[in-house]
Design a protein around this ligand. Structure first.
Ligand code: PLP
Length: 390
């Protein structure tokens, strides 16, 4: 009897699917992990046919990308996915479906790199852009009502101040106005939230973060809910624009995905323990974490996040920007560095890295929680706060 690889068995739980990521195998040897196919070009037979019409030249597709894309499509419950060279390349591909004169609506708080790029891009490409208050559906509704809108962008939880947006409500507003709705779900991962279940047209991730999990690969992915002209524009942009991922990077992403379920579960458990502890620390003015009942988006988070509330949290230090920077400099386990989603915990003073007009409070420290012991993380941050906040 031949075995059916886990990836072909529809009833399996994501944990099972992930630990077998890369099945079915690419070679004929029975390898338990996928092979790497580094070829940039694929040979044709005597009739000038390709072995597999998906693969003719590396810039348009290669088996290692497809393995990751197929896995993500399955996890997100979507129609199809495309891997890009970075999260920014993935996100910016979604905006390629716009036409000159279109109006787009984005949250005021979101990943700053994308917000800044959009402000520049929209100006140069004669698009208009409006901003709504992250997490505030009333603000989104009035912003969309103000002028015809082509695309609504949602990021939940929002990086770095952790606002939660009700995805289904945002989709209602967007679709009600004839706009598409896309979600950056990087901070949630498909194990915690599946935005397509709530109606979005596109979901995007920086795969550099949790999906990879080891801080050693840059990548991004877009998954669509259904086939459309807009999706075709994204696909064509990847091939034509050429912002593609390397083969080895795609292989590493699949390898990282095999442990996503356990990495994320541990990191989310640590984040919850840390948030609970920090809310009682006098050196902390506020803990921004959707898992706390006091968080304004907690009820929505309970409804649209599963298994935990993500592994990111931010704190407002009692003090100014200098005090916050001192805390980041005094940690021993947390490493002061940008990025998130790796197995090691990171701490970052966001106002130091965002543009001067950033809405992020000057005393905000963003914490990406890893898989260390929760008590070491708590002790580390407590000693850093003690010596830095006066
Ligand atoms: N979206 C979010 C929420 C992010 O945090 C980031 C990067 O930090 C990006 C998108 C961009 O991803 P990348 O750095 O892989 O281009």
């Amino acid at each position: 009897m031949s075995r059916t690889p886990a990836n072909y068995t529809p009833s399996f739980d994501p944990a099972t699917l992930l630990s077998h990521a890369g099945d079915p195998i690419l070679d004929d040897l029975g390898s338990i992990v996928p092979a790497i196919s580094p070829a940039t070009t694929f040979v044709r037979d005597a009739n000038y046919n390709l072995k597999d019409s998906q693969y003719s030249y590396l810039r348009s597709g290669t088996p290692n990308w497809r393995t990751f894309e197929t896995l993500m499509t399955r996890l997100e419950g979507g129609f199809d996915s495309r891997l890009f060279a970075s999260g920014m390349a993935a996100a910016s591909s979604v905006f390629q479906g716009l036409l000159p004169g279109d109006h787009i609506v984005i949250p005021h708080v979101m990943y700053h790199g994308l917000r800044d790029w959009l402000r520049d891009f929209t100006e140069r490409w004669r698009l208009t852009i409006s901003e709504y208050k992250a997490g505030d559906i009333g603000s989104l509704r009035s912003t969309v009502a103000a002028r015809p809108t082509a695309l609504v962008w949602v990021e939940t939880p929002a990086n770095p101040s952790m606002e939660i947006t009700d995805i289904a409500a945002a989709v209602d507003v967007a679709h009600g106005a004839g706009a598409m709705c896309a979600a950056d779900s990087t901070l949630s991962t498909p194990l915690v939230t599946r935005p397509i279940d709530f109606g979005v047209d596109f979901v995007m991730h920086s795969a550099t973060k949790y999906l990879n999990g080891h801080s050693d690969v840059l990548g991004g992915i877009v998954t669509c809910a259904r086939d459309s002209d807009w999706w075709n524009a994204i696909v064509e942009h990847r091939t034509g624009g050429g912002a593609v991922a390397g083969t080895f990077e795609a292989w590493l992403l699949v390898r990282g995905m095999r442990t996503l379920d356990v990495r994320l579960a541990r990191a989310m458990e640590n984040a919850a323990a840390l948030a609970d502890h920090l809310q009682h620390d006098d050196a902390v003015e506020a803990v921004l974490y959707p898992g706390l009942p006091s968080h304004p988006g907690h009820d929505v988070a309970c409804a649209q996040m599963r298994g935990g509330f993500g592994a990111m949290l931010s704190i407002l230090v009692r003090g100014d920007a200098d005090a916050a920077r001192r805390v980041a400099g005094a940690t021993r386990v947390f490493m002061p560095a940008t990025s998130l989603g790796g197995v090691e915990s990171l701490i970052e003073h966001r106002a130091s890295v965002e543009r001067p007009d950033s809405p992020v409070p000057k005393n905000l420290l963003r914490l990406s929680i890893g898989i260390e012991s929760a008590s070491d993380l708590i002790d580390d941050l407590t000693q850093a706060l003690r010596q830095s906040v006066r």
